[in-house]
Design a protein around this ligand. Sequence first.
Ligand SMILES: CC(C)NC(=O)[C@H](Cc1c[nH]c2ccccc12)NC(=O)[C@H](CCCC/N=C(/NCCC(=O)O)S[C@H]1O[C@H](COP(=O)(O)OP(=O)(O)OC[C@H]2O[C@@H](n3cnc4c(N)ncnc43)[C@H](O)[C@@H]2O)[C@@H](O)[C@H]1O)NC(=O)OCc1ccccc1
Length: 225
Amino acid sequence: MADKIVILTGAGISAESGLGTFRDEGGLWAKHRIEDVATPEGFARDPALVHGFYNARRVQAASAVPNPAHTALARLQRDWPGEVVIVTQNVDGLHEKAGATAIHMHGELSGALCFACGHRWTAPPQMSPGEPCPACAAPTGRPDIVWFGEMPYHMDEIEDHLLGCDLFAAIGTSGQVYPAAGFVQGAAYAGARTIELNLAESEITGAFEDHRIGPASEVVPAWVA
Ligand SMILES: CC(C)NC(=O)[C@H](Cc1c[nH]c2ccccc12)NC(=O)[C@H](CCCC/N=C(/NCCC(=O)O)S[C@H]1O[C@H](COP(=O)(O)OP(=O)(O)OC[C@H]2O[C@@H](n3cnc4c(N)ncnc43)[C@H](O)[C@@H]2O)[C@@H](O)[C@H]1O)NC(=O)OCc1ccccc1
């Protein structure tokens, strides 16, 4: 029985597709305060600011193309005799554009959510305050994104995959945000081998047995090959 592989991806895998990361030089959090644009409180305080932040990223992500790291993971998922599960913190659709399937634990820019009735629909390119819900007609549409202080999506499914995997890999993540940053401990505890692929050391480098340092577009295809 071929190994089961779980791969966690972060903003670093999409950096070479032109999508800014959060914490690197000139990253998203250098230009915006997390509290203002990525918390439910910030959305309640100034929905126009938050919609503006995600509208700009939605347009950028729509024209972005996958890089060799995304395509290598799609190939691995297609050709590996065992199960390959991609869990992403990213809200861009680049894994899917590369032909892979991924569990979006922090939501997707392409999605809209009604915080009154819970209905989900495809987000229009530009959302605005009071965005009407097509199901309950209430003016309560928000980006379908997991903000700080909110429970990430698909956690039970993800935990099942972590406890049953033979190899856990993390690609392009700084390991500063939980619960994603704790996945390596869960997988290692369940007996999985662990590898980190990143441009530089991260907050959780010490938790991994193996490492590949370099740009994702180079180290990921080399690792998959
Ligand atoms: C800041 C941090 C301390 N705070 C948290 O972790 C909080 C609070 C918290 C919970 N538990 C804790 C325990 C301890 C301390 C704090 C907490 N967590 C939460 O609020 C979470 C919700 C967090 C989700 C917030 N939303 C995001 N994103 C969507 C929004 C949006 O996209 O706008 S988080 C966002 O930042 C996170 C980190 O970003 P990265 O992807 O890692 O990107 P970053 O820029 O940081 O790093 C890039 C990396 O790539 C590398 N790189 C760059 N270029 C390349 C390149 N070319 N190639 C390769 N690598 C490269 C760089 O070297 C770097 O290492 C990602 O998750 C990303 O999605 N919710 C929650 O905990 O709910 C309750 C709960 C309780 C129990 C069980 C479950 C839940």
